[in-house]
Design a protein around this ligand. Structure first.
Ligand code: PLP
Length: 367
């Protein structure tokens, strides 16, 4: 029986990629904002419907660099959620800021907007919510709170590539949105990421920080290096041509899961909200009061060569690297902790067949 992994990267035909990189052998211009970098940036601005997009080597550094570009005082507090990938929290702490954890809501696992205001202090500078699994945060309410308290809003949109809400691109929300183009994401450049934003003044700042802070011969900031290479950009150009088709194929597999698992007592799944055009990035399932636990289901699937992931477990405020930071208050986020112990992310990718989804669901629902 064939092995099924939790994901499988989308790739163009080999020849399409070779054709895309051919001119790099002629120009010998391999990185530093060459033709492929410029084209991918323009193609993505168009696809995501944003005024500005800056490419990075990966999504994590994009997040670190936007936090740096915003010039918050060191020691500032940033309100975020722990039900996410390690990157979100690490970007805050590595940049010298303190994460203040807000719990998530039980419906779609995004930040519980009713709990944000009580966490705001005179050191709070920003809210960094996560469109987790491509479920979109309550951006309207977050915007209201941020405006009222003079806070910046930076979205971790790593999971939300191409998602629209009432026809509006998710990349337009907040002061900035970070996308990841890692191999495992809906749209990939092998490794890569981007920031989307509307503030014109950020363009030269971000272009400079990702290139050592160079500004002519001078360095105006001590920047780092997070430039996307021409080869990665070329992969992105190719993958972007096919991304709508890939999302359409993901949808077929996801809808089969919904059909098979919806309404089963003890199983909770997240179907996309009416107003949202989903990218079907992940298939999270919460086993809460089901006849088998999350870990038992994972074991049963593994026995049949199917890899499902405890994604996200543990909640990031449970990581041992944070055990000495007393600000990292795990007691404030019981829903995130509970979810992390009950959620399992099932295989979902464009080439996953309906037969394979049935095989997985048969194992889950078998008595
Ligand atoms: C993938 C991911 C990141 C980091 O992106 P990379 O491109 O791998 O650096 C950040 N946040 C979330 C929620 C992610 O899933």
């Amino acid at each position: 029986m064939s092995q099924i992994n939790v994901t499988r990267s989308s790739m163009p035909e080999f020849d399409e990629y070779c054709e895309e990189i051919r001119e790099l052998w002629e120009s010998r211009w391999l990185t530093n904002s060459g033709v492929k970098h410029k084209k991918l940036q323009a193609d993505l601005e168009d696809y995501l419907g944003v005024p500005h997009l800056t490419l990075f080597t990966n999504g994590h550094l994009a997040l670190e660099y936007i936090l740096e570009a915003m010039n918050f005082p060191k020691g500032s507090e940033i309100i975020t959620t722990p039900f996410t990938f390690a990157s979100t929290t690490h970007a805050i702490t590595r940049s010298g800021f303190t994460p203040i954890f807000c719990d998530v809501n039980k419906e779609d696992f995004t930040i519980d907007v009713s709990k944000i205001e009580s966490l705001i202090t005179d050191r709070t500078v920003a809210i960094l919510p996560v469109h987790v699994y491509g479920n979109i945060c309550d951006t309207y309410e977050i915007d209201e709170i941020a405006k009222k308290h003079g806070l910046k809003v930076i979205y971790d949109a790593a999971h939300a590539f191409g998602v629209t809400v009432n026809g509006v691109s998710v990349a337009c929300f907040g002061d900035a949105s970070m996308f990841s183009f890692h191999a495992t994401k809906v749209f990939n450049t092998v490794e890569g990421g981007a920031l989307c934003y509307s503030d014109d003044s950020l363009v030269p700042i971000l272009d400079s920080i990702k290139n050592f802070g160079l500004c002519g011969e001078d360095c105006t900031v001590a920047g780092g290096n997070a430039k996307m290479s021409e080869f990665h950009a070329a992969m992105g150009i190719c993958n972007l041509r096919h991304v709508d088709g890939e999302i359409a194929k993901r949808k077929i597999a996801a809808e089969r899961y919904f059909e098979r698992l919806e309404g089963i007592s003890g199983i909770k799944i997240c179907t996309p909200a009416e107003r949202v055009s989903s990218n079907y990035a992940y298939m999270p399932v919460v086993f809460d009061g089901y006849r088998y636990s999350r870990d038992e289901i994972r074991e049963k699937l593994a026995e049949q060569g199917i890899t499902a992931r405890k994604y996200f477990y543990p909640a990031t405020n449970e990581f041992s690297c944070y055990k000495n930071l007393n600000q990292i208050n795990t007691g404030n986020t019981p829903i995130a902790k509970d979810l992390s112990e009950k959620v399992l992310t099932l295989p979902l990718y464009a080439d996953l067949s309906v037969e394979d989804v049935d095989r997985i669901c048969d194992i889950i629902t078998k008595r």
